[in-house]
Design a protein around this ligand. Sequence first.
Ligand code: ADE
Length: 233
Amino acid sequence: MKFIILTLFPEMVMAGLTESILGRAMEKGIIDIKAVNIRDYTKDKHKKVDDYPYGGGAGMVMQAQPIFDAYNDVIKDLKGTTRVVYLTPWGHTFDQKMAVEYASADNVILLCGHYEGVDERVLEEIVTDFVSIGDFVLTGGELPAMVMVDAISRMVPGVLTNEESGETESFHNYLLEYPQYSRPEEWNGRKVPEILLSGHHKNIEKWRLEESIERTKKFRPDLYEKYIQSERK
Ligand code: ADE
């Protein structure tokens, strides 16, 4: 699977995505992540990529030409299905279900905006999906793009090892993760719950499910409702 990030800050994006699990997956050739500098495509002699908004108002708008040319250059080499995502606070809110869905595409292109936005005409021309990572405003689309690449990548077969597998964790079956403990058995006067030391796998499983349910009820009543409804079916 291939990720191409169209950005004014390629180093920032690559620095955050080439360590740890994603770095390992790139080395193995399971995923490919490339950041393309939009500025390399400007035809402006001062390398400018933005200009004042028509109609007035604060800030600058990223111009269509460099983005469109960068896009056309990167799609030349792509095979298979391609989603083109524009990261914006007014997009559809990203969630685990979308991460799974995107993981089945061959290519995902992520367009990172800056300043007050991007000329609408280039969005109309190239973008297939408008995505937000939550109801807050960031200074640019780079962090949201990194969030998406991380969440999508770990759903690509082979990226996680068996032990790291996403099966038993938060949002699977609408439940949040149960509490985890490691050595030592007692730390700072706090003991590991007795049941986890029992070796009784059935009881441990039952305890973990109960803890997951309690946690979901407390922290995410909205998810808990979905869990109850899914259990009724
Ligand atoms: N750009 C700025 N804020 C954003 C957000 N919350 N999600 C996606 N892109 C953004």
